[in-house]
Write a protein that binds this ligand. Structure first.
Ligand SMILES: NC(=O)c1ccc[n+]([C@@H]2O[C@H](COP(=O)([O-])OP(=O)(O)OC[C@H]3O[C@@H](n4cnc5c(N)ncnc54)[C@H](O)[C@@H]3O)[C@@H](O)[C@H]2O)c1
Length: 315
């Protein structure tokens, strides 16, 4: 079987994992890595026995590369994704995809006109328990969806200095609530602020409203001494709770508490396997560029809402 030739741009904390997984999957082969930091590029390239580059333009001349993961600093994602798309490569761009919606729209246009796959690293969607929640909501196993509450808090990972907690962290949950409800929110109201971060917000409380009175509340911050990543989904008949870290899922109704068990799986492996399968089998990815763009628009609206202390209508 021919393996899909892959490359990673940005080999920091997260890009290293993309490189490792491309090396581990049966259907992909890591061809090259690139980082503006020469030592980082070389260390990862040496670890996986591939070529290191400090310029992605030079790396993209290698015709063995068919797909690229873009894992740079958030403010460089769109530029690097655009380069790869213009060079005719399929792209998985990490969240938040771009720093502004205009850049994200450009990525969508180029991907579409070049007939390329463009997907965004919304990793949560590959956690088996979240898929179970989506199915339960869709099939009304918890009755009517009432609300979702997401908590994603920890200390500030200081390497993240170019975007705030909304575009870096809350954006995961913005995508999650769109995914489980199968709808786009109608409005957003948010409160954000900064305790330690000098340039950007490091805490955010975001309320999203959906049709028929459904709502979601997202709490994200970098000021909590411990790490919590929990989603609670309330339906008219039952409640589901997912711990993203342990991947444990609880379902509670008036009669019983259930804890369906799924074998723990590495979400990044599932994500990159899906990306490769979609390219090799010419299938549409579960997360499209449109999902990335919509999440970014909501994140921007949340920041505007907080700045103006007003509800922002999204539809
Ligand atoms: N989906 C997830 O769960 C998840 C988890 C962690 C990080 N991320 C995302 O991955 C990205 C990277 O995060 P990180 O924590 O690895 O950051 P990091 O600072 O550890 O690594 C970023 C790397 O990109 C390199 N870089 C910057 N601009 C570049 C360019 N133009 N070309 C080549 N290399 C460049 C830097 O030198 C650095 O090594 C961010 O966008 C972040 O939001 C996603």
């Amino acid at each position: 079987m021919k393996k899909l030739g892959t490359a990673v741009v940005g080999t920091g904390f997260w890009g290293k994992n993309h490189a490792r997984v491309y090396g581990e999957l049966e259907s992909t082969e890591l061809v090259a890595v690139c980082d503006v930091n020469r030592e980082r590029a070389k260390a990862v390239a040496d670890q996986f026995g591939v070529k290191a580059y400090t310029s992605s333009s030079r790396m993209l001349k290698n015709e063995e590369i068919e797909a690229v993961s873009v894992c740079t600093w958030s403010t460089k994602l769109a530029k690097e994704a655009l380069k790869a798309l213009k060079a005719g490569r399929n792209v998985l761009v990490e969240k938040p995809m771009a720093t502004h919606t205009k850049q994200a729209e450009r990525l969508l246009d180029i991907a579409e006109s070049n007939g390329l796959h463009l997907t965004v690293g919304f990793l949560m969607r590959f956690i088996p328990g979240l898929r179970h929640i989506r199915e339960a909501v869709e099939n009304k196993k918890i009755g009517e969806l009432v609300c979702a509450t997401a908590k994603r808090v920890s200390q500030w990972p200081e390497r993240i200095g170019d975007v705030g907690v909304v575009k870096d962290t809350a954006i995961h949950d913005i995508d999650v609530v769109r995914f489980i409800s199968g709808e786009d929110p109608m409005s957003v109201y948010a409160k954000t602020g900064s305790m330690r971060h000098r340039k950007f917000e490091d805490y955010a409380q975001i309320m999203l409203t959906f049709e028929d009175g459904k709502s979601a509340f997202i709490e994200s911050n970098w000021i909590t001494p411990y790490k919590t990543r929990i989603l609670t989904v309330t339906g008219s008949e039952a409640i589901m709770r997912l711990d993203y870290i342990t991947q444990e899922l609880w379902i509670e109704d008036a009669k019983e508490n259930l804890q369906p068990r799924f074998p723990w799986q590495e979400p990044l492996k599932l994500e990159l396997q899906h990306f490769a399968d979609c390219i090799l089998e010419k299938k549409k990815p579960v997360i499209t560029g449109v999902d990335g763009l919509k999440a970014l628009k909501i994140a921007e609206a949340a920041l505007r809402s907080s700045a103006k202390n007003k509800v922002v209508k999204l539809k």
